[in-house]
Ligand binder design. Structure first.
Ligand SMILES: [Zn+2]
Length: 121
């Protein structure tokens, strides 16, 4: 997996409402996602949300890890279906000499934006 986007704890604090809506749109439960931050990672053709999940028991109460005396947390991932809102977190460029990354190319690699404009002036 290649990290292509990083959302830090500071980003979570600054953009909490937008991130809650985004998490729900991706089928995630915001109250179970740790505030420590998350990453978007490229896995083949897919992009995954990689995050830390708080564990809850049968009745929805959070499970405490007795060794650490804090909520039990497990690393999880889920396929990204809705893109992050603009301006949250930091893109990580994964371009190489032989290939451009989705962050740089977008979804239309090689798209030609030059129209056939008249050369007048
Ligand atoms: Zn790039």
């Amino acid at each position: 997996m290649t990290v292509i986007h990083v959302v830090t704890e500071q980003d979570v604090i600054e953009h909490r409402p937008a991130l809650i809506a985004w998490a729900k749109a991706n089928g995630l439960e915001p109250r179970l996602i740790d505030q420590c931050g998350l990453t978007i990672e490229q896995v083949g053709d897919r992009q995954m949300i990689v995050y830390t999940e708080h564990q809850v028991g049968a009745h929805g109460a959070k499970i405490i890890d007795p060794d650490r005396n804090e909520v039990l947390k497990i690393p999880r991932s889920r396929t990204l279906t809705q893109p992050l809102p603009e301006g949250i977190g930091q893109r990580v460029c994964t371009c190489t000499l032989s290939a451009r990354c989705p962050a740089c190319c977008g979804t239309e690699p090689g798209a030609d934006t030059e129209g056939d404009q008249a050369p007048g002036g």
